[in-house]
Write a protein that binds this ligand. Structure first.
Ligand SMILES: [Zn+2]
Length: 429
């Protein structure tokens, strides 16, 4: 049964092989890579169509869904009236960005029914040794931001230095600058370093903007060293260069004004909404203007609200909860009303997009059905626009996750997937 034995998953199966030859072939592990995918009959499930669950049957042929009954069926899978969703997607995380964390966390994704992850501040050299081991059948698909651009005194330098210190290693800025991230302080830096950045052929470039309106004041405060960002005035040039090589741009932002500047510069993805109340700012500085929201809609800018990650800030500043959550609810409600595309991303090292779905649900701006549509359809399609994912339709990738109960009635159902198929292969214990 090697054919079905991806060792990554602890999911319960109801697989009934109907073709004895299939299990013989599967006994030869060397041949696995060359084996055709099994033809599956997926019967008796209730399939999410973006609004409701509908009784339906599908076949998986060559890893793609079809309604046309194939001549040969290798295995019939009785879905037992389970609730079938396209797999979840986490559009903002960092927990696969080095070899150790990738080895530790990659399989958690599939176990949780999350097949797609965006790693939003990777660097090409660091991931080069293992990125080829991820993606495809039985493995989480990753969208990498292969290049991260910040200032020479900016985020994520502070995190890197703190991490080095904690590990008892020398904490020296030059070990990280133009290695872990690109330091772009001036137009001349961009001019000089861009050829190197472009060399890795990034599909996605991350830029760090941190309360840009008060950048000068920040730099007078030594405690903000390593947590600042690049000048938003450089963004139009960065976006133009990225788009010219076919890369999208995602922006880390801090205030409503940062979002306004990033959107006006043409970034494709705003990677946060409000995650904290920056020093010296108040709720009014976090509230998106109607003009910004209208511009996002006009340009098709995607925003990843990362509501769950407020937990880190609120743990240290519990008194700010009502203010911060109030402005988040207000912003989300107006973004939704305007029809701005939102994607689910957790930004949680120790959590997942399921936490984000719950956090977005707790704002009461979205119904569970809307959240499931965002997390299983809108988000994977925004991450992988060239693939047929996030939808059950003729020719779409045969990737499904089955649950025992209806997640539109109770989102905690997402914590217990029962069966999963990725690109036509059953993920098994
Ligand atoms: Zn992040």
């Amino acid at each position: 049964m090697n054919r079905f034995a991806a060792p990554f998953l602890a999911l319960l199966l109801a697989v009934v092989p109907t073709n004895p030859a299939a299990s013989q072939i599967a006994g030869a592990p060397r041949a696995v890579a060359a084996l055709p995918k099994p033809v599956l009959a997926l019967e008796g499930g209730r399939w999410f169509d973006g609004r409701r669950f509908v009784e339906d049957n599908w076949y998986s042929v060559d890893g793609r869904l079809t309604r046309k009954r194939p001549a040969r069926i290798d295995a019939r899978i009785d879905l037992r009236h389970r609730y079938i969703l396209p797999p979840l997607a986490d559009a903002h995380n960092h927990n696969l960005q080095n070899a150790w964390s990738a080895a530790t966390f990659a399989d958690d994704y599939l176990r949780r029914g999350i097949f797609y992850s965006a790693q939003l501040a990777a660097n090409a050299d660091e991931i080069a040794g293992y990125r080829g081991l991820l993606g495809g059948a039985g493995r989480v698909d990753v969208l990498w931001a292969e290049a991260t651009l910040s200032s020479s005194d900016g985020h994520p330098l502070g995190l890197a230095l703190a991490g080095a210190k904690q590990a008892g290693m020398p904490a020296v800025a030059k070990d990280y600058i133009d290695k872990a991230f690109w330091a772009i302080d001036t137009r001349a830096d961009l001019e000089k370093k861009w050829p190197k950045i472009a060399e890795s052929q990034p599909r996605l470039v991350k830029v760090i903007v941190v309360d840009d309106a008060h950048a000068a004041a920040q730099r007078k405060d030594p405690s903000s060293y390593g947590q600042r960002g690049l000048s938003a005035a450089l963004l139009p040039e960065i976006v133009a260069r990225a788009h010219a090589i076919g890369a999208r741009v995602a922006a880390h932002v801090d205030s409503a004004d940062d979002i306004d500047r990033a959107v006006a510069a043409g970034v494709d993805i705003v990677a946060h909404l409000n995650t904290r109340i920056p020093a010296g700012l108040g709720a009014a500085d976090l509230r998106l203007s109607d003009r910004t929201i209208a511009e996002m809609k006009r340009r098709g800018t995607v925003i990843i609200p990362t509501v769950a990650v407020t937990r880190y800030y609120l743990k240290a500043h519990p008194g700010d909860r009502a203010t911060l959550m109030g402005v988040i609810v207000d912003n989300l409600a107006r973004l939704k009303a305007a029809g701005v595309t939102m994607a689910t991303g957790s930004d949680l090292f120790d959590g997942s997009v399921i936490d984000e779905i719950e956090a977005m649900g707790a704002t009461r701006v979205f119904t569970p059905t809307e959240l499931l549509r965002i997390a299983t359809s809108v988000t994977p399609q925004a991450m992988f626009p060239d693939r047929r994912v996030g939808v059950f339709s003729e020719g779409a990738e045969a990737s499904i996750v089955a649950y025992d109960a209806d997640p539109t009635r109770d989102l905690t159902v997402l914590r217990a997937p029962r069966l999963a198929i990725k690109q036509g292969e059953v993920l098994a214990r």
